[in-house]
Design a binder for this molecule. Sequence first.
Ligand code: UD1
Length: 417
Amino acid sequence: MDKLVVKKSLGLNGEIRISGAKNAVLPIVCAGILTAETLNLTNVPHLKDIDTLGELLRLMGIDVSLNNGNMLITANKVTSLMAPYELVKQMRASILVLGPLLGRFGEAIVSLPGGCAIGARPVDVHLKGLEQMGAHIEIENGYIKAKVDRLKGARIIMDVVTVTGTENLLMAAVLADGVTVLENCAREPEVVDLANCLVKMGAQIEGIGSDTLTITGVDKLHGATHAIIADRIEAGTYAVAAVMTQGDLTLTNVRPDVMGAVIEKLRLAGANVIVGDTTLQVIMHKRALAVDITTQPYPGFPTDMQAQFMALNCIADGTSVMSENIFENRYMHVPELCRMGADISVDGNIAVVKGCDSLTGANVMATDLRASASLVLAGLVASSSTTVDRVYHLDRGYESMEDKLGKVGANIKRITY
Ligand code: UD1
């Protein structure tokens, strides 16, 4: 097991190159199941979640290799159509194999993901949509067993806006017989990146980037080369680090055009944010102002940035009200931040954060990916040393965080024990 020891590191300064987006790679790798030809992906980050998905695809007989950010996926001899519980429980996004397996092979057996630290996270919308496309679905011994001769196009109105739900149904529809209209789709940039990759593979999709996707099924997809979109959450996390430490960071290889809601909040906190085509410079020379946050589906403020902005609000000037509207239990970082001296009270999905002058270091424990990031951020400004345990959560979604932060002046060290 690893832990991170973080010491006070004010004035972070320099350049950080942002990696490809975890939440785009995961569905796009699954899109590789849809063709017997090779899908060639570039800008792929080296993350635990990507390794887990690679392992899952290899279990199915699919060739997967990852070298220097270049991933090759060849599904020309698929030998198993099953995603076992042992892997799905490590990573819920494994559910993304369901749509492609069913679309190409007419069968899939995928473990139900179960609940997770941040909420119940059901997959009912995924299943209902596939049933509307003609799939016969049974739940047996904790597994989703889905079968169909060939999926048929249908009009599907999703009850809730779901990112992986939209992605699963989109991947199912591209090889279906006829036209599928998906309504109330998630519009996250990662959904758009998947759709763009599918189009390169020969899919016919209209309405990309909107809440209605119209997909005309084709008989076959082919191989393609695709560069993964930059990770807007990783970029947002380091932008918050610049604000909290009163530093000057330039983030490179980013897509500022998909970071509008976060950039607005950085500016409201008092930062000078200079937006380039593929760069974002965040300059801060004073104490941050508290900012209210309401999480919403894209283009609203992302739930995946809520914990990081809470860390910022803990040391900001003023009181902020934060409202988490996507997941019902996404304040697991609150008790840990409070152990570092933060003043936060939670009532249901609302958190009120009173900014304090400083935090103190403590031994804290990460409970999920973004919660871990918020604890590292808090550690950067705490008066004494902070130890963040259970760093494996962080490794699921941040590529070498301690190296990237270390290079811009952070005092952060990984300890393996
Ligand atoms: C994805 C992201 C995750 C992000 C989240 C919200 C990936 C791999 N993960 O997760 O980082 O925090 O979007 O932006 O891309 N819901 C249902 N029924 C369903 C599906 C979802 O009720 O069938 C609910 C969920 O419980 C949640 C809400 O819809 O309350 C949104 O969840 P969803 O967008 O599906 O999150 P994920 O796709 O799992």
